[in-house]
Design a protein around this ligand. Sequence first.
Ligand code: NAD
Length: 330
Amino acid sequence: MSSQKISIGVIGVGHLGQHHVKHYSNMNNINLLGVYDSDSVRGKIIANTYDTKYFEEANELMQKCDAISIVTPTKSHYDVANSAISNFNCNVFIEKPITETIIQADELIEEAKKRGLIIQVGHIERLNPALRVLDNYNLNPKFIDIQRLAPYTVRGTDVPVVLDLMIHDIDILLSLVKSKVKSIHASGVSILTNSVDIAHARIRFENGTVSSITSSRVAKDKVRKIKIFQENLYSTIDLLLSQTEIYNITKDKHLIENALHIEPFPEKNDNKYIIYEKPEIDEYDPLRAELDNFVNSILKKEKPIVDGIAARNALNVVIKINDMILKDLN
Ligand code: NAD
């Protein structure tokens, strides 16, 4: 990198990629060099909209860049990322899921590590402010219940619901539970497509934490909710409405005095109370936060919030869940 401004390009400027271009075009600490899309008509429209250059060849763009956002369909992530890393020494932001297979993800991670390059993956929910607010709490979950429901749209149905939607929640789950997965039970059904549209997984961790995750792309309304239960704490997080509510059992006078609502906790007669908190949630665009995290990680040579290894670990669990569902169906 020649200066403190990094040169960035975007490959794949469809539904999501256009927003990468929009955010990069507003950042001060980068040079947005241009875009490439295999659909040149689409590529030129987005380049014109954001006043940047359309490159006729992906290689030509990669050659000029320090970093690339890869926002193409999942089946092409490996080839595009491998070329960016191995041929052109680019840091890469890859939309989720990182790749189709674990072998591909491991190869990219290994190659990037050898070259001191950053891989960040677009598990955008990890940047959701309603989830980030929990960084201020001491979490040690015993049970986590996650629901992600979405009305049917064609986008994303090229892969089973587990790889499209559930992967977000598996990534969140693995970030909340600091333990290895011990066992997985999963089942699912096809309703509208030829692949699995509704899936449920039960995951137990070595430290005893249990989780239940439901994902569906056959729903009337969107739902994205997480419930966390642990000793003396219960939290509900609405990722869609950006709301987090916390019930704590405490005898801390300061917390009790400042609580929105308190209830005596009579079972144990030792001045404990159930207090209700609704922490203020920051307002920001999670995609912008993700891309800022990518740029800052490159500039400061720091690990991004969702690196290649985290994305690989989420993919590993998701592939196991998917295989289990398919086995169960056949
Ligand atoms: P899309 O189909 O709208 O856009 C993909 C674009 O890539 C298209 O313009 C297509 O012409 C182009 N393209 C296809 N193959 C290419 C290649 N080899 N080289 C260059 N361009 C190519 O898809 P989308 O909804 O924007 O999804 C893109 C990626 O983003 C997928 O991996 C998807 O899983 C991911 N995604 C993530 C989230 C999230 O919440 N993080 C949400 C939506 C999509």
